[in-house]
Ligand binder design. Structure first.
Ligand code: PMP
Length: 463
């Protein structure tokens, strides 16, 4: 790697040669970008010498925090032993075998097998093909439709973006592919409040959208329902308490598969191993990625239920023509094993449930008192602040959705805390290892960010 390159020169080169994910390239000025060069624990350093708190755990993934040498060593050891081999053609290798066993141990009792890829997106491509193939093997090939939700995020590949419910993404490249139906989301603050229903009623109404869709299209046409336990990229949408119990009832009564997308909620984020544990649902498929390796190396996969496994093991199933060169990559599996070892040894799931989670939730709820905040919500260590122009009238929203969120996000960066803006809300999803002191500093910086945003909005006549 080059050394002694100035921060500005790095940015010029990045601007010239690096096409970024989810970026308006025409609008991104050369020096507007930030080049992150080092990280430790919950802290990041950029090439301009700033020290910044990582309130997003990278991209909702660095659950065990940055700079864990134990993972580095495990990967180094694995790479010198066997850096790569495939898992096709009757072949396996020790790290993928050990990891699969470990995942089966922490997964719900009825889920004991893992199919691998390298990301959450390709995990959902696998899901897309597997649910339809499941019904083919079952002799019900007409069961093809996958029901998803508006404003869901399931990845950026063709199947992932199609399963997702992001209008902007559907507008690019002619998506969604056929056979996917999006129902309304259980977004109380954004969509429920204005209906006149109570939060509980709205949760039940949103759940029954699933039943209405099944009824309308016919149960014999529906393959599966896919949902994030808590929508992450859609804005940390925590459903009303009535939502998942009602969905569960519907799923029990209907002959369709259930996919719980655990890419964000998995591996301790909610204070349970999986979001399905937190809400007590019973999935057939759980796409996983992110916290599986804490982002140290790319690894994703799908945990499948025993009933799905049984169907794919039938003689009439034959070969499932699917797999990736890097399915179960040895070095990535070694990273995941070391990561899970840390999570268990440091009891990070219990810590989020009983210690740092409740500690941070209390601080977060206090931010909800701020004049700019219409709702503060947090489960485990994933939360959102909904920004509003007038706290005394929660039916009001800012014009030009996204402008105020971006102003707040930029203030947060300037104040030394990475938060993400979704519409006009601020999102946080910090490493699960953060200390109480760091949590307090994070909340104090978020408070300063709200104050600074309020001042900017006042000066611009927006509040
Ligand atoms: N599903 C969910 C719920 C996600 O949040 C994400 C990524 N944010 C994905 C799938 C896609 O994962 P990846 O970016 O690793 O492809």
């Amino acid at each position: 790697m080059r050394v002694n390159v100035s921060s500005h020169d790095l940015k010029v080169s990045d601007h010239a040669h690096h096409f970024h994910p989810f970026t308006d390239h025409g609008a991104l000025g050369v020096d507007e970008r930030r080049v992150i060069s080092r990280a430790d624990g919950v802290w990041l350093w950029d090439t301009d010498g700033n020290r910044i708190m990582d309130g997003m755990a990278g991209l909702w993934c660095v659950n065990v925090g940055h700079g864990r040498n134990e993972i580095v060593e495990a990967v180094r050891a694995q790479m010198s032993e066997l850096a790569y081999y495939n898992t096709f053609f009757k072949t396996s290798h020790p790290p993928v075998i050990e990891l699969s066993e470990k995942i089966a141990e922490i997964a719900p009792d009825h889920m004991n097998m893992v199919v691998y890829g390298s990301s959450g997106s390709d995990a959902n491509d696998t899901v897309f093909r597997m649910v339809r193939t499941y019904w083919d093997v079952m002799g019900k090939p007409e069961k093809k439709v996958i029901i998803s939700r508006k404003n869901a995020y399931h990845g950026s590949t063709v199947a992932g973006a199609s399963l997702g419910g992001m209008g902007g993404m559907h507008g690019q490249g002619g998506l969604p592919v056929p056979g996917i139906h999006h129902i309304d989301q259980p977004y109380w603050f954004g969509e429920g409040m204005k209906t006149g229903m109570s939060e509980e009623e709205f949760g039940i109404w949103a759940a029954r959208e699933l039943d209405r869709a099944i009824e309308e299209m016919g149960e014999d046409k529906i393959a599966a329902f896919i949902a994030e336990p808590i929508q992450g990229a859609g804005g940390v949408i925590v459903p009303p308490a009535s939502y998942w119990p009602e969905v569960k009832k519907i799923l029990e009564a209907r002959d369709i598969l259930f996919v719980s997308d655990e890419v964000i909620c998995g591996f301790g984020r909610t204070g349970e191993w999986f979001g399905a544990d937190y809400y007590g649902t019973k999935p057939d498929f759980m796409p996983i990625a992110k916290g599986l390796t804490s982002g140290y190396l790319p690894l994703g996969g799908v945990i499948i239920s025993d009933r799905v496994k049984e169907v794919f093991h039938r003689s009439e199933a034959g070969e499932f023509y699917h797999g990736y060169t890097y399915s179960g990559h040895p070095a990535a599996c070694a990273a995941a094993l070391a990561n899970l070892e840390i999570m268990k040894r440091e009891n990070l799931v219990g810590r989020v449930k009983n210690d740092i989670g409740p500690f941070m939730q209390k601080l977060w709820a206090e931010l909800g008192e701020h004049d700019l905040v219409g709702e503060a919500r947090m489960v485990g260590l994933v939360g959102a602040l909904e920004l509003v122009p007038q706290k005394s009238d929660l039916s009001r929203r800012f014009d030009n959705v996204g402008r105020v969120g971006t102003i707040a996000r930029d203030h947060s960066f300037k104040n030394g805390l990475v938060m993400r803006a979704v519409r006009d809300s601020l999102i946080i999803s910090p490493p699960l290892v953060m200390s109480e002191e760091e949590a307090s500093e994070m909340a104090a910086t978020a408070k300063k960010t709200l104050d600074d945003t309020w001042k900017t909005l006042k000066a611009d006549g927006l509040v």
